[in-house]
Design a protein around this ligand. Structure first.
Ligand code: HEM
Length: 155
């Protein structure tokens, strides 16, 4: 039925967003830091984020849209869902707000600094993005654990 589509889109968005952050933070970051000099490394990250972030915009629209679709369409409103969904909703909005801040502040400045070859400024902005992605990755892992484990915990 139609709610199968909602939960599938919801979980696919979560998998791709959190998985993408895990790859960037845990795999690409140490390799790029070890192999590339600052100008190339900063150009790489500006290009990598420019490709990843349009996808993240889709995920941050789909996650709450499909989440509330399930809550109001299937579970009869906020009163019909358990603590794990309340936590997911709160932490999910925190993740979305952090992403929007990251996109409109440090990422925009990183791109400008890379184009104008202001490497110390670009490095400062990349460092801010690293911290924000680290926080969002940790939150994302917690949300997935709460969403999946929490549902069975209550059962
Ligand atoms: C932003 C607002 C969000 C709302 C309103 C929301 C709401 C929901 C709802 C209603 C369900 C179905 C629960 C059930 O059927 O038992 C669900 C499942 C799930 N959500 Fe969210 N969610 C949100 C954000 C997120 C985020 C940011 C993530 C991960 C990064 C996430 C990951 C998951 C996962 C993995 C499931 C599947 C749980 C399972 O079936 O075991 N959600 N969500």
């Amino acid at each position: 039925m139609i709610f199968s589509l909602a939960i599938a889109l919801h979980v696919l968005s979560a998998v791709l967003w959190v998985g993408g952050m895990f790859f960037a933070y845990q795999v690409l970051r140490p390799v790029a830091a070890g192999l590339l000099e600052p100008p190339e490394r900063l150009r790489l990250w500006s290009a990598v984020f420019s490709r990843f972030f349009p996808w993240v915009w889709a995920f941050v629209v789909l996650l709450p849209a499909t989440g509330y679709w399930l809550i109001f369409g299937l579970y009869g409103g906020m009163g019909g869902v358990g603590l794990s969904v309340h936590l997911m909703q709160g932490l999910g909005w925190l993740m979305i707000l952090l992403y929007m801040h990251l996109f409109f502040a440090p990422f925009r400045r990183l791109k400008e600094a890379v184009v104008t070859e202001q490497w110390p400024e670009a490095a400062k902005r990349l460092n801010q993005i690293r911290q924000l992605v680290g926080i969002n990755l940790a939150l994302g892992l917690i949300v997935v654990a709460v969403a999946t484990g929490g549902r069975l915990y209550a059962a």
